[in-house]
Design a binder for this molecule. Structure first.
Ligand SMILES: [Zn+2]
Length: 397
């Protein structure tokens, strides 16, 4: 495989000029104001090497640093390119000397929308946890405050829910309503960008994993060794993929790619596990998978059904959360009381709002999560969590 050829072929197939993707995007939108702004001239003059996007290139380099030495030669010849397609998909393909990862612009668009939803959800539960006085005797006032706080977290999610159909019929994901764009004032741009990048990193890592595991039409000799290594990692952490009769081959490959992506992102693959990396991988995987399932309506499906290329959300979510829990079980509780288990619970609360809303629409007698049931769940879960962490001896003494 050859990087230069991969870069050339990617741009030819996608009919894109070999230059910074963002320059191409602004050219398409005829944004001369931005293109001629001297502040960006250096940025736009940037030349593609292993990606047509500077941010994607640095994410890819980071990921390649997180695989074992003897996996790297192959990984360094893969070109990861952004495309102008607005569907939220990634793709991995190989053809002779060419190895390509495609990340559609729709991935970025979806990552931005669902990061806004997550930031608003996070502010809501933070307010519930810190600012609301539950010892207040006046239960009517308490209910009113809760409803109002709940509204700030729930409305954006419901808005996204109502815009999904138009995303699907236009085959493009974009933030139509301000609720899907505006961040809560108390939330910093940094944490929002972190979340967007974590989602993109997870999708990139997943596609890289397809290459490394030889899932492309044209696999390579090391692929078998890499797959065996992944199996050993799964055994080590006691994480199991579904049985072969439950899933077809395509679906099993998707789950393996998720698993390898998470081992790479958390640092587990090179024995360099670190709490911040686990947090980042958790956000990227869980928010990313939730966004894709919400947009595609792929929450549940008949396991192993022929013709289904992707596993349903529940299978992917449960594999991801098992794996994250397994790699976190030796991580001590942080100085402020934070632990990846706790973060995973918060993320699960976010997932449950979106998923239950969908279930309530499709199953009789099922009611959506509201702020009261969420608050109850969060309290119960935080007590459970404390016991779990104590039991594992993860509090520093
Ligand atoms: Zn895949």
């Amino acid at each position: 495989m050859d990087l230069e050829q991969s870069c050339k072929t990617f741009h030819e197939t996608k009919r894109l000029p070999i230059q910074n993707f963002w320059k191409t995007l602004f050219e398409k939108g005829d944004r001369q104001d931005i293109l001629s702004d001297a502040r960006y001239s250096e940025y736009f003059a940037w030349k593609p090497k292993s990606s047509n996007c500077p941010e994607l290139q640095s994410l890819l380099e980071q990921l390649i640093d997180s695989v074992p030495d003897n996996w790297r030669t192959r990984a360094r010849r893969i070109f990861a390119g952004r495309t102008l397609d607005f569907l939220p998909n990634g793709k991995a393909w190989r053809d002779g000397q060419v190895g390509v990862i495609e990340i559609n612009y729709g991935v970025t668009s979806a990552a931005m929308i669902y990061s806004v939803l997550y930031c608003k959800y996070f502010e809501m539960i933070r307010t519930i946890g810190l600012d609301i006085d539950f010892t207040d005797d006046d239960s009517d006032t308490l209910k009113m405050i809760l409803d109002e706080v709940g509204d700030s977290g729930f409305s954006p999610i419901l808005k996204a829910d109502s815009e999904r159909n138009s995303w699907r019929s236009h085959r493009a994901v974009y933030a139509g309503h301000e609720l899907l764009r505006e961040l809560p004032a108390s939330r910093s741009m940094d944490s929002y960008h972190e979340s967007v990048r974590a989602i993109e990193e997870f999708i990139l890592a997943h596609e890289l994993a397809h290459h490394l595991l030889g899932h492309t039409a044209d696999p390579y000799p090391r692929a078998r060794q890499n797959s065996n290594h992944l199996d050993k990692m799964l055994q080590k952490y006691q994480v199991s993929l579904p049985e072969e009769q439950e899933m077809n081959d395509d679906q099993l490959q998707e789950l393996s790619a998720d698993a390898l992506a998470l081992f790479i992102m958390t640092g587990a693959l090179t024995d360099e596990l670190e709490a911040p990396r686990i947090y980042r991988a958790s956000a990227g995987a869980i928010i990313g998978l939730t966004a894709l399932a919400h947009i595609d309506d792929s929450w549940v499906s008949i396991p192993g059904a022929p013709g289904e290329t992707h596993p349903d959300f529940i299978s992917r979510f449960s594999l991801a959360s098992h794996l994250i829990k397994a790699v976190s079980s030796d991580i001590p509780v942080g100085d402020e009381g934070g632990h990846p288990f706790g973060f995973l619970s918060q993320l699960s609360g976010f997932v449950s709002i979106i998923l239950n809303h969908w279930l309530a629409e499709h199953i009789d007698g099922r009611s959506p999560v509201n702020v009261l049931s969420l608050t109850n769940w969060l309290f119960e879960r935080s007590l459970e969590l404390q016991r779990e962490l104590e039991h594992l001896g993860l509090y520093r003494t």
